[in-house]
Design a protein around this ligand. Structure first.
Ligand SMILES: *Cc1c(COP(=O)(O)O)cnc(C)c1O
Length: 220
C-alpha cells in the first residue's frame, strides 16, 4: 500500500470513531482530501481507495493537475478551498464542483455572471473569518447574515454551506460553535470545518465536511 493510502485508512478510522462517539453516522460526514502541493502519484492511490472529494487552494495548480485525473474518475468532486480572485471566476466555475470561499460581493457578482453564462452550477459555501483575523480571507461573523442574504437575493446564488479556518493559536471549538450558529440561523446544512489537527473536534461540533491534508498526504 502506498503511504497516502495507508494514512488515509487511519484518517477514516479516526473520522468514524469521532462520529460514533458523538452518536453520528460516519456516512454523513464527507472527507475532503486536501491534495494541494501533491502530485498525481500521491493522489491516485487515494482515488483508487475510493475517495472522491478533493480540495485544492489554488486555481492554477488545480488546472494543471485535475483535468487528467477527472478523465479517469469522472465522478470526483473538486473543492476550491483557497481565496478566489474575481478575475479567476471563469476558471473556477469551469474546474471546481464546490467553491468554499465565497466571501465578498465582488466574488458573488463574478460567480453569478459566470454561472449564468455557462449554466454550470458549482455548490457555493461562504467562508467566515470567525477569528476576525485581518490577514485572513472570509466575511466577518457580524457581516455574515447580510452577506448571505445579498448572495441569495441580489445575485440569485444558492448558498449551501459555510466554511471556516480557526486562528492557529486559538482553541478551535468556539470557532466551530460560532460557524454552527451562523449556519443554523441562515438555514444552511453544510459546515466545512476541521483539518488534520482538529477534525474530530469539528465532527463533535457538527461538521458535515472535514478538510484533511497532512494526515493523509504527509508534510507539505
Ligand atoms: C491546507 C488546508 C487544509 C488542510 O490542512 P491540514 O492541516 O494539512 O490538514 C484545510 N483547509 C484549508 C483551507 C487549507 O488551505
Amino acid at each position: 500500500m502506498s503511504n497516502s493510502a495507508a494514512q488515509l485508512a487511519e484518517v477514516r478510522e479516526r473520522l468514524a470513531r469521532a462520529a460514533r462517539d458523538t452518536g453520528r453516522d460516519p456516512a454523513e460526514i464527507t472527507l475532503v482530501c486536501v491534495s494541494k502541493t501533491f502530485g498525481p502519484e500521491d493522489i491516485r492511490p487515494v482515488l483508487a481507495s475510493g475517495e472522491r472529494h478533493f480540495g485544492e487552494n489554488r486555481v492554477q495548480e488545480a488546472e494543471e493537475k485535475w483535468p487528467a485525473l477527472r478523465t479517469d474518475y469522472p465522478d470526483l468532486e473538486l473543492h476550491l478551498i483557497g481565496p478566489l480572485q474575481s478575475n479567476k471566476a471563469r476558471e473556477a466555475v469551469a474546474l471546481f464542483d464546490v467553491i468554499e470561499t465565497v466571501d465578498r460581493e465582488k466574488i458573488a457578482e463574478a460567480l453569478a455572471k459566470e454561472i449564468k453564462r455557462t449554466g454550470k452550477h458549482p455548490k457555493l459555501y461562504v467562508q467566515v473569518n470567525t477569528g476576525a483575523e485581518p490577514q485572513k480571507a472570509g466575511i466577518l461573523p457580524e457581516d455574515a447574515d447580510a452577506f448571505i442574504k445579498t448572495c441569495r437575493e441580489t445575485y440569485g446564488l444558492e448558498i449551501s454551506g459555510l466554511m471556516c479556518i480557526p486562528p492557529v493559536d486559538d482553541q478551535a471549538s468556539p470557532h466551530f460553535a460560532l460557524l454552527n450558529k451562523i449556519a443554523a440561523r441562515n438555514g444552511i446544512k453544510i459546515m466545512s470545518m476541521g483539518m488534520s489537527s482538529d477534525f474530530e473536534l469539528a465532527i463533535q461540533l457538527g461538521a458535515t465536511h472535514v478538510r484533511v491534508g497532512t494526515a493523509i498526504f504527509g508534510k507539505r
